[in-house]
Write a protein that binds this ligand. Structure first.
Ligand code: SF4
Length: 108
């Protein structure tokens, strides 16, 4: 069955999710962010925190509030995934960097 123009618009749209990224120069590896992340989206490896399960993140920014170094910030990142979890948008200004250690369909 042919797709409608609305379907095509949806397929071509860039989906972005608000997720935490860590400034590696600020992170001390204290693991406080892991303690407050109730979705288990973060891990600390080699002394640095990273969002390793972005699909599980619910964009609640508890890690941002918990970090004593101010190492985390929330940014819009282009990705695919479960759009019922977390804050999603389409298009707009996205973070140009890469997420360290990210899995679940995102490059690192
Ligand atoms: S709370 Fe901050 S400094 Fe501590 S591991 Fe997490 S990001 Fe790094």
């Amino acid at each position: 069955m042919p797709r409608s123009g609305k379907d095509c618009d949806e397929m071509n749209r860039t989906h972005v999710k608000k997720v935490p990224v860590v400034d590696q120069s600020e992170c001390t590896g204290c693991r406080l962010c892991l303690e407050v992340c109730h979705t288990g989206s973060l891990e600390v490896a080699n002394g640095l925190a990273a969002l390793v399960r972005p699909n599980d993140c619910v964009s609640d920014a508890h890690c941002v509030e918990a970090c004593p170094e101010g190492a985390f910030r929330m940014v819009w990142v282009e990705m695919e995934g479960d759009r019922t979890r977390g804050k999603w948008g389409s298009g707009g200004r996205v973070w140009p960097g890469r997420l360290r250690g990210v899995r679940s369909g995102m490059s690192n």
